[in-house]
Design a protein. Structure first.
Lengths: 269, 338
């Protein structure tokens, strides 16, 4: 298993980097509080104006719980390596990976998991506090089984989002400066994944269309596992879909990187 | 044969933009696509244990060739076999046996001490602990950087960093090493240290080394054979000293004088290359060296007298200028000398 050591080392380096920049991460969490607060006020106003006490099939409590959880889950699955990949390709540093017996994909994913682990720990800690608050003040009920399934779906969601963005990163081979494009893609995918509003907000047709895409399995689905909106069958189906999309994304990423890699020009030095 | 290159070619596409806003806007709609032939049908062979210098002006195609031979780039056409592999297939067994060092590109992690990066390479190349410790001890000893292993890379001087880069590249004991400008920007002492190390490595480990450098000293000192490339084509392949043999054979006579001499009086004995108040350098045809030297000693107030070869750089500079055809370069050399 000596070949595994290199990826364990990449995992460790990712882990160390995340710890090194822990303050940066915590500050980014603080900034995530801001949109959550705005949305909370927004929903409060909307619900006050609604006669039925339900908006898009959500009660006020469910909506607030969703808003909080979406902010945190979107934060957990969020990537950032696409900018590193862009820089590797742009600056020619990617060459190094081509001449060493080191797979770029396993290296990236090992380093990504390494970085995610401390984030995971920190966010799950915060989430525990939020959930305790939600169940105290908003009557959210939690079952242990659901919490465990939520954790499983969360790990799959992190993996799926990694693969989605790894596929997008291959654009670096075609377009030199893709930083803004990545930001645009991130906004659209957050919206499509249900990271801001519950997907029902966008209407029936949108939901049907979005069902054909992988994005909702990164944020919306794990939350719905936790908050009890999904039945046992739907949860099982969702886990299956997550695995299926991971397989599809693997194939797409592989193809894009194979084609893109041939375009690589290894600039400089 | 360790490297066998056969009519390898690679071109790059690029765009041209004229100066100014108007042309920027025009470029949005229509861009003129241009092709540059970086490497144009080159062929050569290298035997195991050879140390070969790869010379050429900037943009000649040296680095592009190294990138193809190390599998970073796919060629447009042609074949290459390196260590028995086709490099751009990027087989693991191939990668385990060679290394490439680019003087202008760091592989060490900037914020970490060098030994962290070295350890990462140990893992990447699947080296066992004992071999790693032995190689590390030997190389840090030779390059005299043992005490710097725990220092953050960004705090090292350029020379120290380059030595660490070399160690990182050689930690898996490659049989073949590509070095792209390994001594660029280094002071003379560091340059010499690195040269000594490369010489030692080549002789002791029988490693094959292909080296590009702008410093003629590197190549003169290290490589018995040089391949000179210009505008993507090989213009010379052989002994570096033989470059001048391509041109008219000429010698330099350096003089120290006891009294000042008029330029016209000097010119009577040969082409004046340099002249100061009490010294001069004259260029004379080799065939007439004896007569000219005698005449100089008879007619000029000479204190000291030296006969030297024309520096190799000059022959190479002529090759660079003229580019493709050595025959043309030869004519050019005659014209200059005449």
């Amino acid at each position: 298993m000596r070949w595994l050591a290199k990826y364990r080392k990449a995992f460790e380096l990712g882990f160390e980097t995340a710890l090194e920049y822990r303050l940066n991460f915590l500050l980014s969490l603080v900034s995530a509080v801001y949109p959550i607060l705005i949305q909370t006020f927004l929903w409060t106003a909307i619900f006050q104006g609604s006669a039925s006490g339900e908006v898009y099939g959500y009660t006020y409590r469910q909506m607030i719980a969703y808003t909080f959880l979406a902010g945190l889950v979107a934060r957990i699955v969020r990537t950032g390596f696409e900018h590193e990949i862009m820089n590797d390709v742009k600056s020619g540093k990617y060459s190094q990976f081509l001449v060493q017996p080191l797979g770029y994909f396993p290296y990236r994913i090992a380093s990504f998991y390494g970085q995610k682990l401390p984030h995971f720990g920190m966010i799950l800690g915060i989430m525990a506090v939020v959930l305790a608050g939600l169940s105290l003040f908003f009557g959210l009920t939690l079952e242990l089984g659901r919490v465990l399934l939520f954790l499983v779906s969360l790990i799959l969601a992190v993996t799926l989002n990694f693969l989605i963005f790894y596929s997008f990163s291959a654009m670096s081979f075609w377009i030199v400066e893709v930083g803004f494009l990545f930001s645009g893609i991130r906004i659209v995918t957050i919206l499509l994944s249900g990271g801001i509003f519950p997907l029902e907000v966008f209407g029936e047709r949108f939901v049907q269309l979005n069902n054909l895409l992988p994005f909702k399995y990164t944020v919306s689905y794990p939350i719905n596992v936790l908050n009890g909106r999904l039945g046992a069958a739907e949860i099982g189906w969702g886990l299956l879909m997550q695995c299926l999309w991971i397989a599809v994304a693997l194939v797409i990423a592989n193809g894009l990187w194979r084609v893109g890699g041939r375009r690589y020009v290894a600039v400089g030095g | 044969m360790i490297i066998d290159v056969n009519t390898l070619s690679k071109s790059f596409e690029y765009y041209k933009k004229e100066l100014g806003l108007k042309n920027s806007v025009r470029n949005l709609f229509h861009r003129q696509k241009l092709t540059k032939k970086a490497v144009d049908q080159i062929s050569f062979q290298i035997e195991p244990g050879e140390m070969v210098g790869f010379l050429g002006p900037n943009g000649a195609g040296k680095t592009t060739t190294l990138k193809m031979l190390s599998g970073i780039l796919h060629p447009d056409s042609g074949k290459a076999s390196v260590l028995g592999f086709t490099p751009w297939e990027r087989k693991k067994a191939f990668k385990m046996q060679f290394a490439i060092v680019m003087g202008q590109k760091a592989q060490l992690w900037w914020d970490l001490p060098a030994n962290e990066s070295l350890y990462l390479n140990k893992c990447i190349y699947e080296i066992d602990d004992k071999a790693y410790a032995a190689t590390l001890a030997e190389m840090t000893e030779l390059l005299d950087v043992k005490s710097l292993l725990n220092v953050q890379v960004r705090r090292l001087s350029l020379g120290e960093r380059m030595k660490m880069e070399l160690i990182a590249a050689l930690i898996h004991k490659p049989r073949l090493i590509f070095l792209d400008e390994p001594t660029i920007g280094l002071d003379l002492i560091s340059q010499r240290k690195i040269r000594e190390f490369l010489k030692y490595y080549n002789q002791e480990k029988h490693a094959t080394i292909l080296l590009t450098s702008h410093y003629m000293g590197d190549v003169e000192d290290l490589c018995r054979r040089s391949i000179i490339i210009n505008q993507g084509r090989i213009v010379y392949d052989g002994d570096l000293q033989g470059v001048n043999g391509l041109f008219a054979e000429r010698k330099l006579i350096k003089l120290q004088l006891s009294d000042a001499v008029q330029p016209a009086d000097l010119a009577a004995f040969g082409t004046v290359r340099e002249r100061a108040e009490l010294s001069a350098t004259l260029e004379v045809p080799r065939m007439e060296l004896k007569e000219r030297a005698k005449a100089i000693l008879d007619h000029l107030p000479v204190l000291d007298f030296n006969i030297e070869d024309v520096p190799v750089e000059e022959g190479i500079a002529l090759l660079y200028q003229k580019g493709s055809e050595p025959a043309e370069a030869q004519e050019h050399a005659h014209a200059l000398a005449g």
